[in-house]
Design a protein. Sequence first.
Length: 258
Amino acid sequence: MIIDTHVHLDDDRYRDDLDIVLKRAREGGVERFIIPGADPLNLTRAMEIAQNNSDVYFAIGVHPYDMEAFDAALFEKYINHPKCVALGECGLDYFRLEGSDEEKKREKEKQKEVFIAQIEIAKKYKKPLIVHIRDASRDSKEILLAHGAKDVGGVLHCYNADEELLSLAKEGFYFGIGGVLTFKNAKKLLHALPKIPQEKLLIETDGPYLTPTPHRGERNEPLYTTFVAKKMSELLEIPLETIEKITTQNALKLFNIS
Ligand SMILES: [Zn+2]
Ligand SMILES: [Zn+2]
């Protein structure tokens, strides 16, 4: 059994064939699915999918690109939903910052503010965090440490292979590994992978994005976690069944599901 700990099933690109996508995944051994929050506009869709499928869970959160949509009251309204298992994705993403230095600085400050507000909600309701970090390792780590994120822990989803973040394993953080692991140019991640404690490894697709080899260029889907698990097994020289077992146990524990 594999758990896809990060898949945007509420994305429009699954709208026409979601049931088939889920069926394919289940038949291939993927048995739990977690939909991260990104844009609150999709929240009702994510909730609906989780209500209609006993093996699907969701999270509430605002991606740094959608931070203008952050609404603490809305979060508090849904966070105690029985299928809501986490807070996120939230975090920092400096990859697409635009404008003058002054504008970039303001944007960074705003992202930090919204990130911190979400950490506080996670702590208040005791939900783990799904953290998105891109080109912002140092600031993200600093915020997680300074704001006591250790109390709830979480996952650094789509772990960016920055070894500076590895010490967060001791702070209750897991590392979400996805399709990037199968890319030819993923040298950094290949190097970092063995340094992640096994009890902190998670598997994800980030579907519909980041499709693994041999399906690059197509829409990603939860079944393709199988390629990630296989690659992980080869790289770590651990039997595939053991990889599946370890990562599943890790996910069940972090998200408090059965
Ligand atoms: Zn993300
Ligand atoms: Zn995502």
